[in-house]
Design a protein around this ligand. Structure first.
Ligand code: PAF
Length: 291
């Protein structure tokens, strides 16, 4: 496995791949877990060669957010990638990625209809940072495909729009949410949940989503498709919120275009964000009759 630390090395490495070999890129911020493992396995199944980027991107963190304390277990991450047969890891410094400094860096303006609400409302500038770094990574690697996690559903919608609007070559792929046995969506930020009470509080996210899915399924057709989202949300939150959890938002959107939906129906994506102390977590679930 190659360890690349400078953008120039990525371009060089890319050029050395054999003609016709397909490349999948898995962009990450490190602190890798089995959720990332699933993305890497999906990348390996679909492409000849896999590159993983590990970069805690300062451009996507706001003042007072967890940029400084974000976990950076580099040796463990490299060993994890090696064990999964990754061909190259790109782990640059902020200086290598933003040599003229962040203030001077050209930025990608994400589409406001997708980026100003939900997570964008409480994290101004976040999706600008995400879109900018992902565009840079796609430019450096020219991958045939790039794999992202479904948990960051709004991020994926924005990146998919960016790829379409900017005529990017790479095909973006979304891997389903990977969950712990208790239902908590895997996230590098779960490492912050040290006390058992925090973990229990964090389960509010998945419990609320699962309660809504079950209520929607039990309603059955035809009333199923007329279930009011605000009413169902109020009941779900009342039943499934655990002590120590503060809801930031719970919304239903059409999975095709992310427009808000007032009813629960197949094809609607539920999105939730909340806090356990100062730890901010998100989760998502797509309503479908079967899964
Ligand atoms: O989802 C993430 O881990 C990050 O937002 C990403 C896509 C790697 C960009 O920094």
């Amino acid at each position: 496995m190659e360890l690349l630390t400078h953008p120039d090395a990525c371009r060089l490495w890319r050029r050395q791949l054999a003609a016709g070999e397909t490349l999948a890129l898995v962009p990450t911020m490190g602190a890798l877990h089995q959720g990332h493992g699933a993305l890497i396995r999906m990348a390996r199944a679909q492409a000849d060669v896999v590159a993983v980027s590990i970069f805690v991107n300062p451009l996507q963190f706001g003042p007072g957010e967890d940029f400084q304390r974000y976990p950076r277990p580099q040796q463990a991450d490299l060993a994890f990638c090696q064990s999964l047969g990754v061909n190259a890891v790109f782990a640059p410094s902020p200086q290598a990625m933003y040599p003229r400094g962040m203030a001077a860096c050209t930025r990608v303006a994400p589409p406001p209809d997708l980026s100003d609400r939900l997570c964008g409302a409480s994290r101004p500038g976040h999706f600008t940072g995400v879109a900018t770094v992902v565009l840079k990574l796609l430019a450096l690697f020219s991958p045939d495909m790039a794999v992202f996690g479904e948990k960051d559903a709004q991020q994926y919608a924005i990146l998919a729009r960016m790829a379409a609007d900017l005529d990017l070559d790479a095909r973006l792929i979304r891997h389903p949410v990977v969950r712990e046995a208790d239902g908590l969506a895997m996230s590098s930020r779960n490492r912050y949940l040290s006390a058992p009470q925090q973990r229990e509080a964090a389960l509010s996210l998945s419990r609320i989503l699962f309660w809504l899915r079950d209520a929607w399924r039990q309603a059955g057709e035809p009333s199923q498709s007329r279930l009011s989202a605000p009413d169902a949300f109020a009941e779900a939150c009342q039943r499934e919120t655990r002590d120590g959890f503060t809801l930031e938002y719970l919304e239903a959107v059409d999975d095709e275009d992310f427009t808000p939906s007032e009813t629960l129906r197949a094809g609607v994506r539920l999105l939730i964000a909340g806090r356990v102390g100062d730890v901010r977590l998100i989760d998502t679930l797509l309503l479908s009759a079967s899964a």
